[in-house]
Design a protein around this ligand. Structure first.
Ligand SMILES: Nc1ncnc2c1ncn2[C@@H]1O[C@H](COP(=O)(O)OP(=O)(O)OP(=O)(O)O)[C@@H](O)[C@H]1O
Ligand SMILES: [Mg+2]
Length: 401
């Protein structure tokens, strides 16, 4: 059995891509389980001793009590993935709010630093440096990783980043300017000093690299906390490697002073360990919230004044409206695992040999037509119909679950 984890905010097609990649890698369908990362992390936290789940003030967090509601914030390298869970009396977890987030993971800080360098020496010099001096560019990445892990939000000491000297050499040779004179013309004048292989900057300049990530993560948590479905959430569980970042921890503590902020030991491994638990028992998640509205395209009889003329088609002598979105599941709707949405479809032509049901997803609550801008076709189901009877012409009905 293989468990591959994906961010919960990924689209259906991104998850499908993962399945196909797994297949290409030789993993059989029946040996593959896709786990959503915040769910895996949440499951992991059910299995660690409560004593280790304490916030900065020493308050304990018990995930064992039925009805406990908490937010899981999974901050990784690429993504921030936020979900809200409620513990059920049977021990399973129920998702109360659909996953949301964005690309505000730890590597965003790295790319902000790249942007700073780009402003000073140009994108071309950086690109050439990365291709011509691969090992030096890896050293720079490692250096950034170390600095990211040591900075704290109240740092006042200057931050020194060691930058391979090839970068300034190339810049000064190509531009004929000195790096110091360039810095003087930017907003980093007097705040940042770059001599030889050392870039020294005020702590504030380095901390600014976290600003976008911080604001986006805090803003998203605030938005979710304001939703009625998540009322009563008093705890934020921070997991993922970037949750170990002290600057981000402080920002969240400051923005939510009345919430318990829990960061388990080895937050960066919570997803991995939880994925193993999920692999053994995927039924531990009992309900999720639909991220999209799902439906099937149908062609009902055309109603003048209701349906637009450009969607009118003539089939078997009657007029029909094509591309109508028949909704099965609404965005935000709770979906119990193992339950089905049901509907009935009738063929529109007589003696049809098969029925093609195209499945669509849309972020809108009530999409009207499958051709609406935000609608996306996920795939199609072909239902083969019974062989036609020579004498009688008939239409066929099929139930869909
Ligand atoms: N102590 C720390 N301080 C600051 N950042 C850290 C710390 N530890 C890890 N990170 C950052 O966390 C990120 C990696 O986190 P994690 O291992 O959870 O990512 P991932 O699960 O691979 O990514 P994703 O969830 O986006 O798919 C890196 O960007 C790393 O720089
Ligand atoms: Mg992750």
């Amino acid at each position: 059995m293989w468990v591959l984890t994906v961010p919960a905010i990924w689209s259906d097609s991104a998850k499908q891509f993962m399945r196909e990649a797994a297949k290409d890698a030789g993993i059989e369908k029946h040996q593959l389980r896709i786990a959503l990362e915040p769910e895996a992390a949440s499951l992991y936290c059910q299995h660690i001793p409560t004593e280790t789940l304490v916030d900065a003030s020493g308050a304990k967090f018990g995930v064992s009590g039925a009805g406990t509601r908490y937010m899981v914030v999974d901050l990784g390298g690429g993504t921030a993935d936020i979900t809200v869970h409620e513990k059920q009396s049977d021990g399973t977890l129920r998702e109360l709010h659909q996953a949301s987030g964005g690309d505000w993971g730890g590597t965003k800080v790295d790319s902000e630093f790249d942007m700073l360098l780009t402003k000073l020496v140009s994108a071309k010099i950086i690109k050439d440096f990365c291709t011509q001096h691969k090992s030096d560019s890896l050293d720079l990445q490692r250096e950034m990783e170390t600095k990211k892990r040591t900075i704290t939000s109240d740092s006042i000491d200057k931050v020194t980043v060691k930058i391979p000297v090839q970068l300034t050499d190339a810049f000064e040779k190509q531009s004929g300017e000195t790096i110091a004179s360039v810095i003087e013309q930017t907003r980093y004048a007097k705040k940042l000093n770059w001599v030889g292989d050392k870039m020294r900057m005020e702590a504030k300049v380095f901390l600014d690299l976290f600003e976008n990530c911080k604001n986006n993560i805090v803003g998203q948590i605030k938005e979710i906390m304001a939703e009625p479905e998540v009322k009563g959430v008093s705890t934020i569980l921070m997991v993922g490697g970037f949750s170990e970042c002290q600057v981000i921890q402080d920002a969240i503590r400051k923005a939510f002073p009345d919430k318990k902020i829990i960061i388990p030991d080895q937050a960066g491994l919570a997803v991995l360990k939880g994925a193993v638990i999920f692999g053994y028992n995927p039924e531990q998640i009992s309900a999720r919230v639909s991220k999209y509205t799902y439906g099937i395209n149908i062609s009902p009889p055309f109603q003048p004044g209701v349906h637009p003329e450009n969607k009118k088609v003539v089939v078997d002598g009657g007029t029909r409206c094509r591309d109508v979105f028949k909704k099965y599941v609404s965005v935000g709707q709770p979906l119990e695992i193992g339950k089905f949405a049901k509907g009935r479809h009738t063929t529109i032509k007589k003696n049809q040999e098969s029925m093609i049901l195209r499945v669509y997803a849309s972020p809108e609550k009530t999409p009207k037509y499958v051709t609406d801008e935000k609608c996306q076709c996920l795939g199609r189901v072909v239902v083969t119909l019974p062989a036609k009877d020579e004498k009688t012409e008939y239409r066929c009905q099929n139930d869909v679950r």
